[in-house]
Design a protein around this ligand. Structure first.
Ligand SMILES: Nc1ncnc2c1ncn2[C@@H]1O[C@H](COP(=O)(O)OP(=O)(O)OP(=O)(O)O)[C@@H](O)[C@H]1O
Ligand SMILES: CC(C)(CO)[C@@H](O)C(=O)NCCC(=O)O
Length: 307
């Protein structure tokens, strides 16, 4: 069966026409904030792709608020503040966290009185020591390398409106979880949850993480493109490691660069690519929205689930 049959597909021109963004004036501060997030994000992409996307998310958010009110009325309950949760899935290095941060900047701009928070599921990976103990250090990122029960409990606490919820964090530089640096989340109106595993069904569980999502976005691109982005990011990680002996990549940064890149290419081929093919890509059509990227991270197609 055609896996796209329940999606409508738009090229960026048509997508842009749904929300001509001349109506939204991004201030110099907004532009500076976006540039400091990533100076290679093009303002055309923001105008053509991300602002219409934000408009759509805003409509779905309003719908969510309305539904919470109607539901509380129906059940004769007091209306509680239930956060609106956006999930972002896709391969390692496809640009999920960059898009998540961009969306949070734009949501703050369009909804200045709403609290928008952002987190990644990387912090729910088992620590390296535990992965080693289980003999799966080379399976980092695969479903079994995450503490999914802990992630589901986190999602449940957020949805239940708990006043303070802590999320563990992960550092690419240290290449491990950072148990002493949790992210503290305080009753957001909107929470963006980004991670490779956000649309997966945890093994031995009946609940998907995405059961908690109000909108799920999948960031898509051809594997050969993503490999390039992975290696580019590896180059940047090497550069920052050069003078930092505590950095995981320090030893690689001291030797010949070709050797380091050979190692990274091997990790992509033996770990992240099989993970994409076997476990991440098969979750793509659970998303409400698929953003397809081509060279230089340019979004060329947008898919919107029918219904
Ligand atoms: N829109 C963009 N324009 C230019 N570069 C980008 C863009 N989005 C991401 N990148 C670059 O691509 C690389 C991967 O991006 P990012 O770290 O956001 O990916 P990710 O999907 O969150 O990865 P991971 O799952 O490993 O955390 C980074 O080097 C980032 O700077
Ligand atoms: C932390 C994850 C799993 C996801 O972001 C990924 O970036 C990762 O580290 N994968 C393991 C293999 C590698 O080093 O690329």
């Amino acid at each position: 069966m055609n896996e796209w049959m329940n999606y409508e597909q738009f090229d960026r021109q048509e997508w842009h026409s749904f929300f001509p963004t001349d109506t939204v004036r991004l201030s110099q501060d907004n532009l500076d904030e976006i540039k400091s997030l990533n100076d290679r994000i093009s303002i055309e992409d923001v105008q053509d792709v991300y602002l219409p996307l934000i408009k759509l998310l805003q409509l779905r958010f309003q719908n969510h608020l309305e539904w919470q009110m109607q539901k509380a009325n129906f059940l004769h309950q007091k209306s509680e503040r239930v956060p609106y949760i956006i999930g972002i899935a896709g391969s390692v290095a496809v640009g999920k966290s960059t898009i998540a941060r961009l969306l949070s900047i734009l949501l703050n701009k369009l909804l200045p009185d709403k609290r928008v928070e952002l987190m990644t599921t990387d912090g729910f990976l088992y620590p390296n020591a535990e992965l080693k103990r289980r003999g799966i250090l080379d399976r980092k990122g695969f479903p079994e390398s995450y503490d999914m029960e802990k992630l589901l409990r986190f999602m449940n606490d957020i949805e239940a409106g708990k006043t303070v919820v802590k999320a563990p964090t992960y550092s690419h530089q240290v290449y491990d979880v950072m148990p002493d640096q949790p992210l503290v989340i305080r009753q957001p109106d909107i929470l963006i949850v980004e991670g490779i595993n956000t649309l997966q069904l945890p093994s031995s569980q009946q609940i998907y993480v995405s059961d908690y999502f109000d909108t799920a976005i999948y960031v898509d691109a051809d594997a050969e493109q993503i490999e390039k982005w992975y290696l580019q990011r590896f180059g940047m990680l090497l550069d920052t490691a050069l003078t930092d002996p505590d950095n995981y990549y320090y030893s690689y940064s001291q030797g010949p660069r070709e050797e380091a890149f050979k190692m990274a290419k091997n990790v992509w081929q033996t770990v992240d690519l099989p993970n994409l093919t076997d476990y991440i890509l098969p979750t793509r059509n659970r998303a409400n929205i698929i953003l397809h990227k081509t060279a230089n991270h340019v979004v060329d197609r947008i898919y919107l689930k029918r219904g």
